[in-house]
Design a protein around this ligand. Structure first.
Ligand SMILES: Cc1ncc(COP(=O)(O)O)c(C=O)c1O
Length: 393
């Protein structure tokens, strides 16, 4: 049996796999087993912000593996401390809890919000329609989309969803019983939809009135993706809790709950924990990622590249107004909404050795490594133009 046959025979068929087999990564490119070099505008679903093979990440990993791969959270560990230092310094938070993944960090935040609310008679959690927070039961409870939830009921009680950027609905759904509000600064899985500044202002006003916790899920937007270290820096908000994961470990699994100091007492000894969370090898890689990405010059460069890519996409939209409906997003998290299904575009891009992603049927989602070069951006735009010309001459 070849790999494809073995996978379809023996794996749960939960994933729609891409029709390429990858031998290795090289910078912003994937090299297939049959020798193709594919320009990666997907970055392992927003994980590989430094591309493939960053020497400093690899060096940090090798160094840590020589000391130990795992100790357990019974020990204070240098690698966790070093990652925490740079992460807290660059995010402005005081407290951290390391998890293994994004969804686990969300679970931890749900527990934190519930336990904080318990002593205050606040139990309801409000989240956004079309949100994506992960695949575990707590995360699914925050979400409303059938495609993720169907058949997995019952979910956590006292959770309700409101439409994104609808200030009236928000007003109608938060009150003195609200314990927490969860949101993504840019909803990634449901078509790359950013929250508006007005919505955030309204949220802050309601928080002032009712006193609930705000939790930002920056698992996809965080750590440089939007051109600032955290996306929320571009709004007038510092949430009580921010969740980061995806790129945090440079490709190794680690997530983090970042919180303000006032929440420290909510989770005393023994109330939350994990065997593998904050794995030292992942944390060693993470320190390099956070140090590199938080650099002002690096982030300025991300913003400039994103601006140029955005401008060139707008030019294509002007040429094909009946095909491209909208270009949106923040930084190098870009959604190209089409009037037509996006799947044929993904196939055509792949034929031309470029990997893009599709979300919400009609949206091409671009999540290139943050180290993407001008040459690669130029190539992407040229190929997109060629594909539009072929499909819509
Ligand atoms: C915004 C957001 N939240 C949560 C998650 C879940 O993270 P993980 O897959 O690491 O559990 C994802 C993953 O795609 C995400 O994009």
């Amino acid at each position: 049996m070849n790999n494809k046959e073995f996978e379809s025979t023996h794996f749960f068929q939960t994933y729609k796999r891409l029709p390429v087999e990858i031998a290795r990564g090289d910078g912003c490119y994937l090299v297939t087993k049959d020798g193709r070099r594919i320009l990666d505008f997907f970055a392992g679903l927003a994980v590989n912000v430094l591309g493939y093979g960053d020497r400093d990440v690899l060096r940090a990993i090798i160094h840590q593996t020589k000391n130990y791969l795992h100790l357990s959270n019974f020990y204070i560990q240098d690698a966790q401390i070093e990652l925490a230092r740079v992460l807290l310094e660059n995010s402005g938070y005081d407290r951290v809890f390391f998890s293994n993944s994004g969804t686990e960090a969300i679970e931890g935040a749900v527990k934190l919000v519930r336990r904080w609310g318990k002593t205050r008679r606040k139990q309801t959690i409000v989240s956004l329609q079309k949100a994506f927070h992960g695949r575990t039961m707590g995360s699914l409870s925050l979400m409303d989309r059938k495609k993720y939830r169907d058949g997995f009921e019952p979910f956590l009680p006292d959770v309700r969803q409101v439409p994104l950027n609808d200030t009236a609905a928000l007003k109608n759904n938060v009150d003195e019983h609200t314990a927490g509000f969860f949101f993504e600064p840019v909803q990634g899985e449901s078509g790359v939809s950013p929250v508006t500044a007005e919505y955030i202002d309204q949220l802050l006003e309601l928080k002032k009135r009712f006193g609930f916790l705000i939790v930002a899920d920056e698992i996809q937007t965080g750590i440089g993706r939007t051109g600032t270290f955290l996306a929320c820096e571009q709004f007038s908000i510092k949430p009580d809790i921010t969740i980061v994961a995806k790129p945090l470990g440079g490709g190794l699994p680690v997530g983090a709950i970042l919180a303000v100091d006032e929440l420290n007492d909510v989770l005393p000894t023994g109330t939350h924990g994990t065997t593998f969370g904050g794995n030292p090898v992942a944390c060693a890689a993470g320190r390099v990622v956070v140090t590199k990405v938080s650099d002002d010059v690096f982030l300025k460069n991300v913003r400039e590249k994103a601006g140029r890519l955005h401008d060139q996409l707008i030019e294509l939209q002007n040429q094909y107004p009946s095909v491209i409906k909208e270009i949106r997003g923040m930084g190098l998290m870009i959604g190209i909404e089409l009037y037509v299904p996006a799947a044929p575009f993904l196939d055509k891009f792949l034929e031309k050795d470029i990997l893009v992603n599709i979300t919400d049927e009609t949206v091409l989602r671009l999540l290139p490594p943050l180290v993407i070069g001008e040459r690669e951006i130029k190539r992407f735009v040229e190929v997109f133009g060629e594909i539009l010309e072929i499909i819509y001459p």
